[in-house]
Design a binder for this molecule. Structure first.
Ligand code: NI
Ligand code: MN
Length: 228
């Protein structure tokens, strides 16, 4: 089994798990200033929604409606999607895990907001801990640094996807500390260089990760992929 992780820019990823496509936080070209791919050109069987902010949910409804993908989101966002033309949802909440056909998905704590684009209450923001076969992936979501990242990822993870852009989430220094807490085999940074307030010298950050931890930094180009 292989998992191909593709970055679409900002915090949007696709996981191709032997042909099952899981899209994280749909935010594509036309909405996402750094994305090159159109939401009309994305395959999805499942959508993982970390929280309700527009830079994560702007393209969830069109993607879910076109593909019929099941959206995994917190209870509040799941209900909001049901009220906005998306029937195929699976609600979870913080700390709760569920065996989906492609793997086990645990919804994890994140420290952030989650208001929906129309002002509706979006519940608590989240991250995801995925167990897919023997592989474990931690997607932190938009969050500040918190020491329970070590608790959440106990037992080790093969890949951590962490925000590093500062201003709205952890910045480079805190994200480096998060790497030292989580000790993933590989880290992919995200949520940077989308707009001026979150500009980061990502090569410098990757050099610091390589120098100060045993984790391999994997800086992806937009539409670039990493296979694990
Ligand atoms: Ni956000
Ligand atoms: Mn965000």
């Amino acid at each position: 089994m292989t998992i191909k992780v593709t970055w679409h820019g900002h915090a949007t990823f696709s996981l191709d798990i032997d042909g099952t496509n899981v899209v994280v936080d749909p935010f594509f070209a036309g909405n996402n200033p750094v994305a090159t791919r159109s939401v009309d050109d994305v395959a999805a069987d499942y959508i993982l929604q970390t929280h309700g902010h527009g830079d994560h949910i702007a393209d969830t409804i069109p993607l879910a409606q076109r593909t019929g993908a099941k959206v995994i989101a917190n209870f509040e966002i799941s209900n909001w999607l049901n009220s906005n033309g998306v029937d195929n949802t699976h609600a979870q909440h913080l700390g709760g895990g569920y065996n989906h056909p492609f793997g086990h998905v645990k919804m994890t704590t994140a420290f952030h907001g989650s208001g929906l684009p129309d002002g509706s209450y979006g519940g608590m923001p989240a991250g995801f801990l995925l167990t897919i076969g023997e592989k474990r992936i931690y997607i932190a979501g938009d969050t500040a640094l918190f020491s329970d990242m070590a608790l959440i990822t106990r037992g080790g993870v093969d890949l951590a996807i962490l925000p590093v852009g500062d201003n709205f989430t952890m910045g480079p220094d805190d994200a480096l500390y998060a790497v030292k807490l989580i000790k993933p085999k590989v880290v992919i940074p995200c949520h940077y260089n989308t707009w001026p307030p979150i500009e980061v010298d990502i090569d410098r950050w990757a050099q610091a990760v390589a120098a100060e931890s045993d984790t391999k930094p994997m800086v992806l180009e937009v539409e670039g992929s990493y296979e694990l």
